[in-house]
Design a protein around this ligand. Structure first.
Ligand code: ADP
Ligand code: MG
Length: 742
């Protein structure tokens, strides 16, 4: 079967074929051009990020259900995923709560009775009725004397569906647009683009024995076998990655094209004075990273260097040497951080060292007073400031350094491609240094940056085993608060992190139910919910409730101490003040949402309690806990799980057993798809839909090497065999960038 498709796709039609061209161009037409996509359905599609035909045919199934291997009610094993076909005996719609609907269905197959419950899918009543044959697939449970399934995949089958073609794709759906409808509309979309050109050069397709694009698109949506899915996926992942590499390499080329990069002076007086001013010795890894970085800065090429190191490994001071080298060179450097708190902190920690080393510096953020801002900008333009530290505020057009030769981006995973480009445009052909705590393997670094050099710092200056992590359920979180009180008694400080502050538990259940209904299975919900990032999640939070929580802790639990609240919606100056009081020890307990996630450094804080920890990704939790156990005092981290399910507790317990951020990220990623490691902010989720950075490491390396070779041979991809490729790579990422910007 797959042979048929492959040959059909590979039989290249004459390149002038108007049908093939029309099919290719149809990819970028509005989704309403597809048969049966009404304006109302187009609107529902928008919620899924589907606007064009391309979006539709790359709206890939989340999983597949193989209805061909069925079990009977009697033979199906409890606790297992299985498919059962039977006759609907009875079907009812119930409304146990005003906003909750559920469909209850009894299914019989001659060997027994199966009870099926579907939450929040009232539309099932329209398509199913007693007497119909249906197949259901899901996890088999046993309760109150019956075998049951909750929210299974449900498909009406006509007659005896024993024939072939029984693999059903399950596409991400919404309440307004069911998976069944989406399946149908995707089929129509594929018809619209049937015969489209394959942008991959033939030799690459032959080299890896890849299916044609058309064949892969049909096969991934409507496969005959799971092997076919794997082949289709392999082709499409390769394509996504090749486009990505080409785009990144082009970005790199454009940055320096026709410009003259600077060779920095790396052994000048500022660098030496900075070394002398440091209150501690650099670790060996820090020294190695410093050597790497000064090495690339000294070279007469535009550097693209990534400094990787787990939280607390001391990347900031290493970066400070790069900044000092720019000062020695008589030019300027920018240091951009993702939050106000962090930018201020850099000012506080690096400022005194810079002062001692004779390096002039300033901090510019969104809340810098207008008069100060004017003055700073004037000094920057007059080359009176060697190092300008700041937030996104540095990207503003009126920030015009006289001669910028170095741009450092801290926590770079927090910034998008455009922001990166904008900062780098502040100089002629500046060297770029990126810092990140996101643990990424080389293959992924290539995926993020195309060409780059990198340094790793693996160990913290202080022994990390001095931090312990414990998981508790909500019921016994008392232990955590006892530990917090003990630490406060010793004069230490405490963080309490409340990610979902404000959402009442009923709201949460409501959201959970909705999500489960939409996603079709509960597990997915767990992982969908953990992609909370930074301040954004506060959008759905209720500040009043956060204040209430802080007030409760102040008056009850921690009444003998000063408690303050830090949340993302506070004005920048207020955040700064709160942080400053905590840093100075005026407040001892900081109740925070995830704003403290990034880079915050208060060595006297030793206990961190994270409420609703099960809602986070492990990498995020690891980032969070990096805030304690940084100084010479040991740290204690308490993860409070709102969920008592085995899966949630097991996932969290990984935090107890390992302190290695890389291991945790890999574990997390093995549970999820692309993961926020690649960062939706990086390239737009829409451009990399299938790539899994753990599983696809080899393909990333291959695509990287191929992109390099292609550009070597044909730098602008102008040859006839490469034109389609250039166009597609551009389209894939241009679109993603605009979607993401919105
Ligand atoms: P991160 O890599 O997470 O950005 P920081 O740069 O914020 O880490 O450093 C964490 C803490 O470790 C800071 O308080 C910093 O002053 C301290 N630090 C960095 N390097 C050393 C060292 N070699 N010896 C002792 N402390 C260090
Ligand atoms: Mg940092």
């Amino acid at each position: 079967m797959s042979d048929r498709r492959t040959t059909e796709g590979a039989a290249t039609a004459p390149s002038s074929s108007p049908d093939r061209l029309a099919a290719t161009l149809a990819l970028d037409e509005a989704v309403t051009r597809v048969r049966l996509v009404s304006p109302a359905r187009a609107k529902a599609f928008e919620l899924l990020g589907v606007r064009t035909v391309r979006d539709l045919v790359t709206h890939f199934p989340r999983r597949y259900i193989d209805l061909s291997s069925r079990e009977t009610v009697a033979s199906a094993a409890i606790g297992q995923q299985c498919t059962i076909q039977g006759t609907v005996h009875e079907i009812k719609l119930k409304r146990p709560k005003p906003r909750l609907t559920l469909v209850e269905m009894t299914l019989t197959d001659g060997t027994g009775t199966l009870m099926v419950t579907a939450f929040r899918q009232p539309w099932l009543m329209d398509s199913l009725s007693a007497g119909m044959q249906v197949a259901v697939a899901g996890k088999l449970e046993f309760n109150y004397g019956f075998k049951r399934m909750t929210n299974p995949f449900i498909e009406a089958v006509e007659g005896d569906a024993a024939g072939g073609g029984m693999i059903f794709p399950v596409h991400p759906a919404t309440e307004k647009l069911s998976a069944a409808w989406i399946r149908r509309l995707v089929g129509n979309g594929l018809a619209q683009v049937a015969g489209l050109y394959d942008p991959l050069p033939l030799e690459l397709r032959a080299k890896y024995r890849l299916m044609s694009r058309g064949a892969a698109l049909s096969a991934i949506h409507f496969p005959q076998s799971m092997d076919e899915v794997a082949e289709a996926r392999r082709r499409l992942v390769y394509e996504e990655l090749l486009f990505l590499e080409l785009m990144l390499m082009e970005e790199g080329r454009a940055r320096t094209h026709g410009r003259v990069p600077v060779s920095h002076l790396v052994d000048g007086p500022c660098v030496a004075a900075l070394a002398a001013a440091l209150p501690f010795d650099l670790t060996e890894e820090q020294q190695a990273a410093k050597r790497d970085i000064l090495g690339v800065l000294a070279a007469p090429q535009a550097a693209n260097h990534l400094l990787l190191g787990d939280v607390g490994t001391g990347k900031t001071v290493v970066a400070a040497f790069a900044l000092a080298a720019a000062a020695d060179t008589g030019s300027q450097a920018l240091l951009m951080a993702p939050t106000e708190v962090l930018a201020r902190q850099h000012g506080q920690s690096l400022g005194p060292l810079f002062d001692a080393a004779g390096i002039t510096w300033d901090v510019l953020t969104g809340s810098t007073a207008p008069a100060d801002r004017e003055a700073i900008l004037a000094r920057v333009s007059a080359a009176e400031v060697d190092v300008l530290i700041g937030t996104h505020a540095l990207l503003e057009d009126d920030v015009v350094p006289a001669k910028c030769t170095l741009a450092v981006i801290d926590e770079q995973q927090r910034f998008g491609v455009d922001q990166r480009a904008k900062l780098l445009a502040k100089g002629e052909a500046p060297d770029a240094l990126y810092l990140t705590a996101t643990p990424i393997p080389r293959s992924l670094a290539l995926a993020l940056f195309g060409n780059l050099t990198l340094s790793y710092i693996r160990h913290r200056p202080h022994d990390a085993s001095r931090r312990t992590t414990k998981v508790h359920t909500k019921q016994d979180r008392g232990h955590a608060y006892d530990a917090a009180l003990a630490a406060l008694g010793r004069g230490e400080q405490v963080y309490v992190v409340c990610p979902l502050i404000g959402a009442s538990s009923e709201d949460r259940d409501e959201k959970a139910g909705k999500r489960a209904a939409r996603e079709g299975d509960e597990d997915e919900y767990v992982y969908a919910a953990i992609s909370i990032e930074g301040d954004d999640d506060l959008a759905c939070d209720n500040v009043a409730a956060a204040e209430k929580e802080a007030a409760f802790l102040q008056h009850k639990t921690f009444s003998a101490y000063q408690v303050e609240l830090l949340h993302g919606r506070m004005p920048g100056t207020e955040k700064q003040d709160v942080m400053q009081r905590f840093r100075d020890g005026e407040t001892q307990v900081l109740v925070a949402t995830t704003v403290i996630e990034v880079g915050v450094d208060v060595p006297n804080a030793t206990v961190m309690i994270i409420e609703d920890a099960d809602r986070f990704g492990l990498s995020q939790l690891h980032q969070l806990r990096g805030r304690v156990g940084r100084g010479s005092l040991p740290g204690e981290v308490y993860l409070i799980s709102a969920s008592r399910t085995e899966a949630a507790l097991k996932r969290l317990s990984a935090m107890e057993t390992t302190d290695d951020g890389y291991e945790l990220a890999a574990y997390d990623l093995s549970l999820r798809r692309e993961g926020d490691i690649l960062g939706n902010r990086q390239h737009g989720a829409s451009a990399l839909k299938l790539v899994n950075v753990v599983r696809d490491g080899k393909i990333i390396e291959a695509a990287y090497a191929d992109a390099l070779a292609l550009l070597e041979e044909d730098p602008k991809l102008e040859a006839p065999a490469h034109r389609a490729l250039a166009r597609e790579a551009r389209l894939a990422f241009k679109r993603a960038a605009t979607v993401q910007g919105g």
